[in-house]
Design a protein around this ligand. Structure first.
Ligand SMILES: Nc1ncnc2c1ncn2[C@@H]1O[C@H](COP(=O)(O)OP(=O)(O)OP(=O)(O)O)[C@@H](O)[C@H]1O
Length: 262
């Protein structure tokens, strides 16, 4: 049994059928990259997995099963138990998601205290420890900062720290590096790979960047206009796929001295 099985899923916003017949399996410890043009439905798919479709979004057909649990039948209470603990999501700019008028530590402590019965002091220490594990030195100083006092990369590491607090089995990352400069992007990408190696976390990463998708993904899913048009092991997608849209995406990646950097 796969850790996550998305089977023949349709997703609609109100009357608009946005994602059609999407199927995707993810094994334990596997990383899957979802690529495709803007508006193709990438974010919609991972939000559906997380039970966080905005507005009038709903899964209108198909099944999503996580570790044998039918995610489409979960109650709010059951979702609260699963989110953060088993399944976690990281957004494009974690800083923008944080309350700008509160210290990072206050937000982090509140997050921890909604997930477990723990004192404020212990929750603070746990936050510091997680932040330092994400290679941000002086976690205490970070906790005592406001989001705007940190760089984009630092804020993203705090977002990853929060997402990893309970070592979820499944991490959903929506464009987690696209707001960052190239060097920081590379560091964050490596950090994700380490999480997988260290904790066996399965990851779905949505990205515009085919280089990131190819570097991270054991498997690559290509979406276009709400449909999965191609998917397979990295080597297959990069070197063997005959799908015209996949080839178009690959052709758009610049080459240097005849070598394609994906
Ligand atoms: N809250 C919403 N209400 C109605 N329609 C929405 C909503 N969110 C997204 N959509 C529509 O769903 C489609 C897919 O959007 P989605 O954000 O999933 O695409 P994406 O591939 O992640 O795009 P991008 O790469 O630009 O983030 C778009 O046509 C969008 O207009």
């Amino acid at each position: 049994m796969s850790l996550l099985e998305i089977k023949n899923v349709d997703i609609s916003y109100g009357k608009n059928l946005t994602v059609k017949n999407c199927s995707l399996n993810l094994e334990k410890g596997e990383i899957c990259s979802i690529v495709g043009e803007s508006g193709s439905g990438k974010t919609t798919v991972i939000r559906a997995v997380m039970g966080l479709l905005p507005g009038a979004g709903r899964v209108s057909a198909g099944d999503i099963t996580y570790d044998g649990i039918d995610l489409l039948k979960l109650t709010h209470k059951e979702w609260r138990k699963l989110r953060g603990h088993d399944v976690s999501m990281i957004f494009q700019d974690s800083g923008a998601m944080m309350n700008q008028t509160r210290l990072i530590g206050d937000s982090y402590v509140e997050y921890i205290m909604t997930h477990e019965d723990i004192s404020r002091k212990d929750a603070w220490a746990k936050g510091v420890e997680m932040i330092e594990r994400m290679r941000l030195p002086d976690g205490d100083r970070v906790m005592r900062s406001y989001p705007f006092q940190l760089s984009g990369g630092q804020r993203q590491r705090v977002g990853i720290a929060m997402g990893m607090t309970y070592q979820p089995k499944l991490l959903l990352a929506d464009e987690p590096t696209s707001a960052l400069d190239v060097t920081t992007q590379a560091q964050i990408v490596r950090q994700f790979m380490e999480l997988r190696d260290e904790y066996g976390t399965s990851i779905i990463i949505v990205t515009h960047n085919l280089g990131v998708a190819a570097y991270m993904g054991d498997k690559i899913v290509v979406m276009k206009r709400g449909e999965v048009v191609d998917q397979g092991e990295r080597e297959y997608i990069l070197h063997q796929s005959t799908n015209p849209y996949t080839k178009l995406l690959l052709d758009a990646v610049p080459t240097l001295g005849g070598k394609r950097y994906v």
